[in-house]
Design a protein around this ligand. Structure first.
Ligand SMILES: [Zn+2]
Length: 487
């Protein structure tokens, strides 16, 4: 029996376990670093499946590592489960209708992502148990992918140091291996401290922190002409220093995001932005402090692993939607604004775009390409990919042209087709992971590919050593504590 076939059988055997877990995580819809119930559900499920679980990995309450087997090689499956604020939406609809107005929702499909990777880990473990294959399979429960850089903190703590290959995926609108690079990014909070005075009576004694924020803006605007085209610098003023114009603002804060295709480029731009902030402080007579709040490295693709994953995706073949799934996908497609549809179609051939308008869940596998496509987004998978040969696939869990971080993503998150596409990804990941586990030549080729692309550049964690992830309180722990005190 072919590996793809064997793995498909293993995943299908436990299909309900996986789809139910994904739907539950969808319902929890917990945002970054607050994924207490989602992480616990997946950790318990893995324990029941024979994994040993280390909770609070890297000192993060909602991170965990589940292992099966022992010794080398070590193959990792990466799973996420965080939702997005403000994206509450009912399942199965074709119009915007929140479950809780202003509540959170799985607008990036991480309920599917975490559970699909878990399905792969369980299938690898079942395969190892049946065949006696040696080595270790690990599921990494990674919190806070959305603006939280969970994996970057996990990478910094050394959790990936002995891993030979990492496999993951992301839900999407087409079936294929993700041959992409992403932007490295650093997010920094700049705070200026001045002196408050009566703006009319004693302006000469005041030093305005808001002036410093404005001057920093001017400085960065001048900088933009003298940086590489692909770099981006965004900002948001967090604190203007108050709403009274007759009081000199003694304190003001601005958040900057610096992005570029490569981590060393972000490091260089960050130094220049810091100089601009220092200049703004000097000009305004204020004091400047800054703190890095998050950062991720760029994604390093791995052609050796991509080839293997594509072969398995081809052998397993994409799930074929039934009539009512196509009908729902068409209704979702109709709800998508025209510019979004045109933007999605613009990346495809005319024939493919037309076929997708007819069937927005077209069961076609995208061909493997030479090289990779730059993606104008950032992901914390990037940090893992600097340390470990990493490969990802995507499957069409959602209708063609569904925009990311939208209510349409949330609405489709529990559909029968999303389940099928999640399990397709699970099977492809499991087969790729098993091949990496069994074949030392593949592991060597993957390591060589990584070294070739890094060209001697060492991994520098973009988050400083003294910055830690936020630690929100676990509501279940609090309830327990209250119950104990009540007795
Ligand atoms: Zn995502």
């Amino acid at each position: 029996m072919k590996l793809a076939e064997k793995v498909s059988e293993l995943v299908e055997r436990k299909r309900n376990l996986f789809t139910e877990a994904s739907d539950k995580v969808w319902g929890f819809a917990e945002i970054r670093y607050e994924e207490f119930r989602s992480a616990e559900l997946l950790a318990e499920l893995l324990e029941q499946q024979g994994f040993e679980v280390e909770r609070e990995a890297a000192g993060i309450a909602t991170a965990f590592v589940a292992s099966y087997g022992s010794g080398k090689p070590v193959i990792a499956l990466l799973g996420e489960y965080d939702a997005l604020a403000g994206l509450s939406q009912q399942a199965g609809l074709d119009g915007f209708e929140p479950v809780v107005p202003g509540g959170s929702g799985h607008g990036c499909g991480h309920n599917l992502l975490g559970t699909g990777a878990l399905a792969a880990a369980v299938a690898v473990k079942d395969y190892m148990a049946e065949t006696g294959a040696s080595g270790t399979v690990r599921f990494y429960g990674c919190p806070a992918e959305e603006s939280g850089a969970g994996k970057t903190f996990m990478a910094r703590s050394g959790l990936f140091d002995d891993v030979d290959a990492a496999v993951t995926w992301h839900p999407g609108t087409s079936h294929g291996v993700m041959q992409v690079t992403s932007l490295a990014t650093t997010t920094v909070r700049f705070r200026f401290l001045g002196k408050s005075t009566h703006a009319a009576a004693e302006p000469h004694l005041g030093r305005s922190a808001l002036d410093a924020v404005e001057l920093m803006s001017v400085g960065v605007n001048y900088m933009r002409e003298h940086m590489i085209d692909q770099a981006r610098i965004h900002y948001a003023v967090l604190n203007t220093g108050g709403s009274a114009p007759n009081v000199v603002q003694s304190e003001a804060e601005v958040l900057y995001s610096i992005r570029a295709p490569k981590s060393p480029q972000v490091r260089e731009l960050f130094e220049r932005v810091k100089d601009v902030a220092r200049g703004a402080a000097l000009m305004s007579g204020t004091r400047m402090e800054f703190v890095v709040t998050g950062a991720t490295s760029d994604l390093i693709p791995n052609p050796a692993l991509e080839k293997v994953m594509h072969r398995h995706m081809d052998e397993i073949s994409p799930p074929v939607p039934i009539a009512e799934e196509i009908d729902y996908a068409k209704r979702i497609f109709a709800s998508i604004p025209e510019p979004d549809k045109q933007s999605a179609a613009g990346r495809l051939s005319r024939e493919r775009a037309e076929a997708l308008r007819e069937n927005p869940l077209l069961p076609v596998l995208s061909p493997l390409i030479e090289g990779s496509v730059p993606m104008s987004a950032s992901t914390d998978v990037g940090d893992i990919s600097w340390l470990v040969p990493t490969v990802q696939c995507s499957t069409a869990t959602w209708a063609f042209a569904t925009p990311g971080h939208s209510w349409q993503v949330v609405s489709q998150g529990c559909s029968s087709h999303a389940h099928k596409a999640m399990l397709y990804a699970g099977k492809a990941m499991a087969a790729t992971a098993i091949e990496a586990l069994l074949d030392p030549k593949l592991r060597e080729a993957a390591r060589r590919d990584l070294e070739l692309q890094l060209a001697g550049e060492p991994y520098v964690c973009p988050i400083p050593d003294d910055v830690y992830p936020p630690q929100p309180e676990n509501p279940a722990a609090r309830q327990k504590a209250e119950a104990v005190t009540a007795h």
